[in-house]
Design a protein around this ligand. Structure first.
Ligand code: BG6
Length: 472
């Protein structure tokens, strides 16, 4: 018997800048991604350069019909995509939207509707229009709130009868670690003051509450969620100060969901602000907006966990998704050093649910790995048992959390079709069920091939997760 609730939303996730390509077609303006050829941590180029794989992505812009047909074949109930803000408002501060950009997403939603796939739309997935970054310093500037307001109102009005689920900012907490990619802030991180950084955070949080308000006013059927990068931490030892280090690390992330769900700044951050001479400027109405327009659900990405200690210099620290931590000797890591921890997902689900009692949506999870294309009985394929193993183990833990009583709405694997990596801009860091013939040097036919995991996920969905437990 499956433990997954009836109507569980199974599917996959993507982001416009990592897979659409067509970076300057039909009136699209540039986004911050178009000038970071080596990934979100820089360097930043003056103009888009040919070596930037994101400019062409995997050409979903022209191949969306073929790709959505493959998602439908796997039985997707939901498909997560982002709207590229700079397709709708090319510079970000115009008064009128670009109709060709809006029409593109109409075509995508038509196609999803054809197969009964529910769209889940991220409004801002590391895609701040470049003009807003260069002219305004991104979210460090309060003006961004009104530009975002105009953009979200436009897309809510346009798609209100087609899109029910919306996410305001991808991994909203990542702005603390990747200010340019996440917040369009051009001030170099080493020169960016904590005051300005947390003020940018405040602007995003207010914008998120405003978006939630507008969505509910336009159509109360629309559900708006926050999206946070979840990364549980374990203490390296039972030393109380190690546990305190864990708490402080996790509070940096909880800060964002606490405000989205409870509508006010928690006391622990007020202490931090005081001790670091940070004084957030609230405009009239900010407090009420945050308090009265909290989210309908919580979504998060989960790839890995870390360890923390009060004396981190005594240990080896590892790389991770945007942020990292001490290497946990009990865990193995992916080829990119991200520590693999299925049980951590159960813990995260329980922690969020205990804290907020709101429905949870896992909108990213998956294994970035190097795949080898081989000749199979039905043509080229990838024998990606390692990916199946990763997803299987994580989904079993989702099942455990459901048994614990956690309300889980759905699960979308990251990069359900191979796409360009956010952190490194590589093509060879693949997550998909569908292989895309494109390489780090930009060569390749862009042909799509089903990997072994394609049929596996199809069966997981068809059995509403029962297949996961059969294999136990
Ligand atoms: C998340 C992002 O941080 O992780 C995605 O929301 C990203 O955009 C994903 O692609 C995986 O990270 P990476 O760096 O392997 O692409």
């Amino acid at each position: 018997m499956t433990v997954f609730p009836k109507g569980f939303l199974w599917g996959g996730a993507t982001a416009a800048n990592q897979f659409e390509g067509a970076y300057n077609e039909d009136g699209k303006g540039l986004s911050v991604q178009d000038v970071t050829p080596q990934g979100g941590f820089g360097p930043i180029t003056e103009e888009p350069t040919e070596d930037n794989l994101k400019l062409k992505g995997i050409d979903f812009y022209h191949r969306y019909k073929e790709d959505i047909a493959l998602f439908a074949e796997m039985g997707f109930k939901v498909f997560r995509l982002s709207i590229a803000w700079s397709r709708i408002f090319p510079k970000g501060d115009e008064l009128e939207p670009n109709e060709a950009g809006l029409a593109f997403y109409d075509r995508v939603f038509d196609e999803l509707e054809k197969y009964g796939i529910e769209p889940l739309v991220t409004l801002s997935h590391y895609e701040t229009p470049l003009h807003l970054a260069r002219e305004y310093n991104g979210w460090a500037n309060r003006d961004l709130i009104s530009f975002y307001e105009r953009y979200v109102r436009t897309v809510f009005e346009r798609y209100q009868h087609r899109v029910k689920y919306w996410l305001t900012f991808n991994e909203v907490n990542s702005v603390l670690h990747a200010p340019f990619m996440s917040g369009g802030i051009v001030t170099p991180p080493e020169e960016l003051s904590q005051q300005d950084l947390y003020q940018a955070v405040h602007h995003e949080l207010v914008a998120s509450a405003l978006a939630t308000k507008i969505a509910h006013e336009i159509n109360p059927e629309m559900k708006v969620g926050c999206m946070v990068l979840a990364m549980p931490a374990y203490p390296m030892t039972s030393h109380p100060l190690d546990q305190l280090a864990v708490r402080q690390f996790e509070n940096q992330n909880y800060l964002f969901s606490d405000i989205h769900v409870r509508g006010k700044y928690p006391n622990y951050i007020k202490r931090y602000f005081k001790e670091n001479n940070i004084e957030i400027q609230f405009a009239d109405g900010d407090e009420e907006l945050l308090l009265n327009h909290t989210v309908d659900f919580i979504s998060f990405s989960y790839y890995m966990s870390v360890a923390q200690a009060h004396n981190p210099e005594a240990y080896t620290s590892g790389k991770g998704n945007i942020m990292g931590g001490i290497t946990n000797p009990y865990l193995e890591a992916s080829e990119w050093g991200w520590q693999i921890d299925p049980v951590g997902l159960r813990l995260v689900l329980n922690d969020f649910y205990d804290r907020y009692q709101l429905p949870l949506f896992i909108v990213e999870n998956g294994l970035g790995a190097k795949d080898e294309l081989v000749e199979g009985p039905n043509g080229p394929t990838v024998e990606d048992d390692y990916r199946i193993d990763y997803l299987q183990k994580h989904l079993v833990q989702v099942g455990e959390a459901v048994k614990d009583g956690v309300e889980v709405m759905g699960y979308t694997t990251w990069g359900c079709i191979d796409l360009v990596s956010a952190s490194t801009a590589e093509m060879s860091k693949r997550y998909g069920f569908i292989y895309v013939d494109r390489h780090d040097d930009g060569t390749g036919t862009l042909a799509r091939y089903k990997k072994k995991s394609f049929d596996w996920y199809k069966e997981v969905i068809a059995t509403n997760g029962e297949k996961l437990f059969e294999e136990q």
